[in-house]
Design a protein around this ligand. Structure first.
Ligand SMILES: Cc1cc2nc3c(=O)[nH]c(=O)nc-3n(C[C@H](O)[C@H](O)[C@H](O)COP(=O)(O)OP(=O)(O)OC[C@H]3O[C@@H](n4cnc5c(N)ncnc54)[C@H](O)[C@@H]3O)c2cc1C
Length: 370
């Protein structure tokens, strides 16, 4: 079998690229699972990006107007009139993109694993049968533990974290996600409580299972009210190169993930646009250059992450004092972009009083901005 493009991995990134390239080229997707979904993922996507990227609306389960941030001893709320983010059903999201791709002529091979490259062809396995597909371009959209990345000898300089997420029954304010930062409970990451409805939320964190369990108790949620539990992992940092000869990496396979929140769906889709253009031009070397904006966001996120990791809970409390002030909340409410944290920080730094306060807490944060 022969195609113009073979995409390995039918997750959000692979399926998004497939529907961009359908109708223009002969494209196939191989996905090792027999159906879509199932991955640990809260499914939060910034509303602005969701519309801009034309993500499948049928996947939206809930609309969020804001967030409530909690430290050990303080809290503040950021809210807007209109939805700021959507919570999606990952299975419906992935299937929606795949349906579009199929309608545009893309072939799907479900339940089919990529095993490696052999003489320039992809070696694949479906049940007990192995077969090969040859393509002009191969795309590794096969997630954080990418076999394609290994196949092209890509190297990672990244922090790999284990994530835990549960769907839990309780009482929640359906309009707001909760973000809890208590380094004494979890020094690695924040906790989130993201409502899917008024009585079900997705609760999660990255780090240890023990801190996840402790948070549930502290937040007054019963472990026995969990109706679904998932674990997954994320890579925060760099895996390079993204391109070797006629093979490109996309999405989590290339670690195109926000180091501040571990969200990867939007970055993967943004990079898919650049990759689609590079493939259509026949020159993959354009791809990495075109992703410079995303690389800048990742580099900024990594600096913020380093600062977060080096901060004590006392430092976090001081940041809360600044960000919870009326002036800061106003800036965040007017300028915050769910997927462009650099823009949000720059808007805060334009206010002299806020800049001076942040500078007192963390000179390195300001250096990262400048
Ligand atoms: C706990 C947790 C919560 C998260 N919450 C969010 C969130 O709220 N918002 C957000 O934007 N991001 C979130 N993320 C990150 C998000 O899940 C990823 O960034 C996103 O799934 C990346 O999409 P992808 O298509 O690149 O990779 P994946 O979703 O991992 O898809 C890769 C696909 O490739 C397939 N595959 C793997 N190996 C092979 C092979 N050898 N052959 C064939 N197929 C293969 C897999 O089965 C899979 O379907 C979260 C992650 C975790 C762990």
């Amino acid at each position: 079998m022969r195609y113009d493009v073979l995409i390995i991995g039918g997750g959000p990134a692979g399926n998004y690229l497939a529907q961009l390239l359908g109708r223009k080229l002969d494209v196939a997707v191989v996905e090792k699972k027999r159906s879509f979904g199932g991955k640990a993922c809260t499914g939060i996507i910034g509303a602005e990006s969701f519309e801009k990227l034309d993500f499948p609306g049928e996947a939206v389960l809930n609309e969020l107007r804001g967030a409530v941030f909690y430290s050990k001893i303080q809290s503040f709320q950021i809210e807007r009139e209109t939805p700021q983010a959507y919570v999606v059903d990952r299975k419906v999201f992935e299937a929606g993109l795949a349906k579009r791709a199929v309608k545009r002529g893309v072939d799907y091979f479900m339940g089919t694993s990529f095993l490696g490259f052999k003489n320039g062809r992809a070696k694949l396995q479906h049940l007990n049968e192995t077969f090969e597909i040859e393509a002009d371009f191969y795309v590794g959209a096969d997630g954080v533990a990418s076999t394609v990345a290994k196949g092209i000898g890509a190297k990672s300089e990244a922090e790999f974290l284990k994530g835990y997420e549960a769907e839990i029954v309780g009482e929640f304010n359906k309009d707001f996600t909760e973000v809890w930062i208590n380094k004494e409970v979890n020094p690695e990451f924040f906790f989130w409580v993201t409502p899917v409805s008024g009585d079900v939320a997705r609760v999660g964190t990255f780090g240890s299972l023990e801190s996840f369990r402790r948070f549930l108790t502290d937040r007054g949620l019963k472990p026995t009210s969990i109706i679904e539990f998932k674990a997954g992992s994320v890579g925060l940092g760099w895996r390079q190169p993204w391109v070797r000869e006629n093979v490109a990496l996309l999405g989590d396979a290339a670690l195109q993930v926000k180091p501040t929140t571990a969200g990867g769906i939007v970055f993967g889709a943004l990079c898919a646009h650049h990759l689609a253009r590079a493939i259509l031009s026949g020159d993959l070397s354009e791809y990495e250059r075109a992703c410079a904006g995303i690389k800048k966001q990742i580099a900024f996120g990594l600096k913020v992450r380093r600062i977060f990791k080096g901060m004590s809970q006392e430092g976090i409390e001081r940041v809360f004092e600044v960000l919870g002030s009326e002036e800061a909340r106003e800036v965040i409410e007017n300028h915050a972009d769910f997927d462009d944290h650099l823009r949000t920080f720059k808007a805060l730094a334009k206010k002299p009083r806020l800049l001076a306060s942040l500078l007192r807490i963390s000179p390195s944060l300001i250096r990262a901005l400048v």
